[in-house]
Design a protein around this ligand. Structure first.
Ligand code: SF4
Ligand code: SF4
Length: 229
């Protein structure tokens, strides 16, 4: 492992190295990195690289060099600019910079890094919705004051969201508080998976309040279904 200019000077090198070792020990890591010859195809394909000071090539390069300082810096800063679209898998070398970023993010969250808490602070409502209902952002979250970048047409949609939804052909989409109907068996399975795989522990590391609320929601459902929580 090599040394690069140190940005997070207050963090001991050993602490950084421990986290990067955790990244490299992940079973997916080896499948995401086969070495990088800096062709830049991933950068050309990456939507985030067009709008931010961000480069999937630098992610692959830092990983290929096992540069602890730079990887730690990226784990705190760059990784939150990735939209996880995986366009970078066009890499002719077979690399998956977006996949490396997934692992870096997970380690950042699992270890409760302040940067991870900051990056995810604004997404509490979205995470709550996804994890409590088993669906993604719901139609009733389309509110003009919620996400300004959704544009000026949002008010017209939110005023008539029930009508719009009923116009959709599949009846499972005639919902507003969830993105679609999810049956109870699926919800129970999701709750059990999130608890068994440590996802709930990760939420607890970055947002204790959200963790408590989700635990309450899940416990009620699982208790009623006869599971010990
Ligand atoms: S496309 Fe692959 S080989 Fe080319 S710069 Fe990106 S990661 Fe490296
Ligand atoms: S997954 Fe991330 S790094 Fe890869 S192309 Fe998408 S935004 Fe860029």
């Amino acid at each position: 492992m090599t040394l690069a200019p140190n940005t997070y000077t207050d963090i001991p090198y050993e602490e950084k190295a421990k986290l990067i070792e955790e990244v490299m020990a992940d079973h997916r890591y080896g499948e995401h990195l086969y070495g990088c010859y800096e062709c830049g195809i991933c950068v050309a394909a990456c939507p985030s690289a067009r709008f931010y000071d961000f480069s999937p090539r630098k992610i692959a390069q830092a990983a290929a060099r096992q540069d602890v300082e730079l990887m730690y810096e990226q784990m705190n800063d760059d990784v939150w600019n990735c939209s996880q679209c995986f366009s970078c898998t066009r890499c002719p070398r077979g690399n998956n910079p977006g996949g490396i970023i997934t692992v870096l993010r997970e380690v950042a969250v699992r270890n409760g890094l302040a940067s991870a808490r900051d990056a995810l602070e604004g997404y509490g409502r979205v995470v709550y919705k996804i994890m409590s209902t088993g669906t993604q952002v719901s139609p009733d979250m389309l509110q003009p004051n919620a996400f300004p970048d959704w544009g000026p047409h949002v008010k017209a949609i939110s005023d008539n969201v029930e009508t719009w939804r009923k116009a959709l052909p599949p009846e499972t989409l005639h919902t507003t508080s969830t993105a679609w109907n999810v049956d109870e068996k699926t919800i129970i399975e999701l709750y059990l998976i999130w608890q068994a795989t440590g996802v709930m522990d990760m939420i607890g590391e970055v947002d204790e309040g959200l963790h408590m609320i989700l635990e309450d929601v899940m416990e009620d459902v699982l208790d009623e279904a006869g599971y010990e929580t």
